[in-house]
Write a protein that binds this ligand. Sequence first.
Ligand code: ZN
Length: 279
Amino acid sequence: MTKIHILRTGSVWIKAAQVRARGTGLTRIYNGLFDRAWSPELPIFAYLIEHPEGLILVDTGETARAMNKGYYPFWHPYYHFSIRLNVRPDDEIGPQLRLAGFAPEDVKTVVLTHLHTDHAGGLAWFGKARVLVSQREFAAARGFAGRVAGYPNHRWPKDFTPELLQLPPVGANLMDASMPLTKDGTVRIIAAPGHTLGLMAVSVEIDGIMFLMAGDASYLEQTLLEGVPDGVGADPAAQLQTHARIRAMARRRPLVYLNGHDPDCPQRLQERRTMQVLE
Ligand SMILES: [Zn+2]
């Protein structure tokens, strides 16, 4: 039987206008970085899929090393002005997996929804696993341009060579741009561009319900329901289309929305509370 475990690797605070965009164009980015108001404390989630074909981890959370001065590029304004973290060593994905009864070495496959630091920060725990990233995401995150774009890639494990996926192009239906991850077809990887251009979501079928682990497709389920992009994402128009595709899917069938930072995710998962789309 397949089961999903939610794992919390500490907390993050970002600007209120990063959670929910204010303005468009450069104003949106400016507010997303320099808004005076902070978000409430937001969890940093990763998900473990306990599947008959093996353990699949979706995202790796943040590392406690990120609390150290000098971990992020000192010249990048985002880390100075726009983010605060609380990740203790025990919050890291390794200890959190053990707390849930699993060993990090037993994780067969790691899917990174995207390469932002609070999703890829725990990679060092999974030296032996198969790591999947979209080709588009990896291309955007590499090199100096990647570091400017907000990917601290100098902190990737030295031997980081993920398997790069090329998903089909996005269409009207959410599942147009998807591919199976398991042989039984119950776990799929789906392109969900917008927050980053190469963002991937993972869907799991359990008892006729689709559990959608969507990374930062939206920071909150509410902003997805309202169709509000975030304040720092790469392509807000694409993000709104991704939101619309997910809402359309939730109208057709029961869908539980799980993402990287929505504080309601543990309860939604536990209660199997499905997305309610009004309109
Ligand atoms: Zn992100």
